[in-house]
Ligand binder design. Structure first.
Ligand code: NAD
Length: 330
């Protein structure tokens, strides 16, 4: 049975991936920093609901600690590493670029080196649709990347260059997964689906950048996870592409996204329109043909309406809105 090690296993995508791999009968373990204080409740919730229930062992470990990571991979005899530990988020990368450099550049260098030392046979790591920069059309893996519109995007582009160097110089192959706006239950509070849903539920206004015109290729978490699991399960002797899009080619305008969210919540949004900030992209759209070929069939696709309904169901359980008292005005 294959042994898979997931970094960032208490994170949004990491917790779902670890749970799904365990459900598929693989031996799964992982690590996470477990110290981002603003996220602790959510990380704990994910560990309880998704991870511990699946019998996955998650160690508190900083992916930047190469020796400790190498030891963890050797102890667990990891065949495959799914590296999802990083600092995500475009806007915050301008406020804390050095923290991002440490987590995303040092962290990734450390993961590459630990995989080399421990003889890991397959490394899948999180890249991002942001490596494509500002453009239109379908984003294909063979397209030129950049220029980056944020420091976060630059760290992901650098990760792809670092991975290419490890392949050319040291023979370590890896695949960068360019995720396209992943959303769903246990999602990230800094991302629009969670942020907007909470604001609408609580009667607060939402800020819609680019006057709601930007389009995003939203990917439901279960669909992204299904793709990752199928990639992990490809025969180890079969080389995978250096980079792969994880998205659907179905961009949705933000105004339409808010309309579907209002429908799922049964409440109207108070919308404040704003200009598009320079670090935000106006459009994302994955060309999914390469992924389709590698998986031997199409990627699972949950329609946005259905995915948002699942997000709202989860939010209702995770953070119930207090019921109105008879005499109150709420
Ligand atoms: P997340 O913040 O929910 O998860 C990341 C996890 O990594 C967190 O639990 C954090 O504690 C952990 N972590 C950070 N630095 C660490 C370190 N040095 N050592 C160990 N653990 C560390 O983010 P996510 O949305 O699950 O994203 C996972 C990956 O996918 C990230 O690399 C992100 O950049 C990438 N990505 C996500 C999206 C998306 O839409 N969610 C899109 C594109 C790319």
């Amino acid at each position: 049975m294959q042994s898979v090690f997931v970094t960032g296993a208490a994170g949004f995508i990491g917790a779902h991936v670890a749970q799904a791999l365990a459900k598929h009968g693989l031996r799964v373990s992982g690590c996470d920093l477990l110290s981002a204080s603003s996220m602790l409740a959510l990380q704990d919730g994910r560990l309880t609901a998704l991870i511990r229930a699946s019998g996955v062992d998650v160690t508190p470990l900083d992916a930047c600690d190469t020796d400790a990571l190498t030891l963890a991979l050797l102890e667990r005899q990891a065949d495959v590493v799914v590296h999802l530990a990083a600092l995500p988020g475009v806007r915050a990368s301008a406020e804390r670029p050095l923290t991002y450099a440490n987590a995303n550049l040092m962290g990734f260098a450390s993961v590459l080196e630990a995989c080399r030392r421990a003889g890991v046979r397959r490394l899948l790591y999180a890249s991002s649709s942001s490596v494509y920069g500002q453009r239109g059309g379908q984003f294909a893996e063979s397209d030129r990347t950049g220029p980056p519109t944020s420091f976060y995007a630059a760290t992901k582009m650098a990760n792809e260059a670092m991975a290419a160097a490890y392949k050319a110089q040291m023979g370590l192959t890896s695949t960068g997964l360019r995720f396209f706006t992943v959303y769903g239950p246990w999602g990230r509070p800094d991302m629009a689906p969670y942020l907007f849903a909470q604001a609408i539920r609580q009667g607060r206004p939402i800020k819609l950048y680019g006057h709601g015109q930007p389009r995003r290729d939203f990917t439901f978490i279960a669909d992204a996870v299904d793709a990752v699991v199928r990639l992990v399960q490809q025969p180890l002797q079969q080389p995978l592409p250096d980079v792969l899009n994880i998205g659907h080619s179905q961009p949705v305008r933000l105004l339409e996204f808010v309309r579907l969210l209002e429908e799922a919540l049964g409440r109207e949004a108070q919308v404040e329109m704003h200009r598009l900030p320079p670090d935000d992209v106006a459009y994302t759209c994955a060309d999914d043909r390469l992924l389709h070929r590698v998986l031997g069939g199409p990627m699972q696709h949950t329609p946005l309406r259905q995915g948002l309904a699942r997000l709202v169901d989860w939010l209702d359980q995770w953070d119930p809105i207090p019921a109105c008292q008879p005499a109150s005005t709420c």
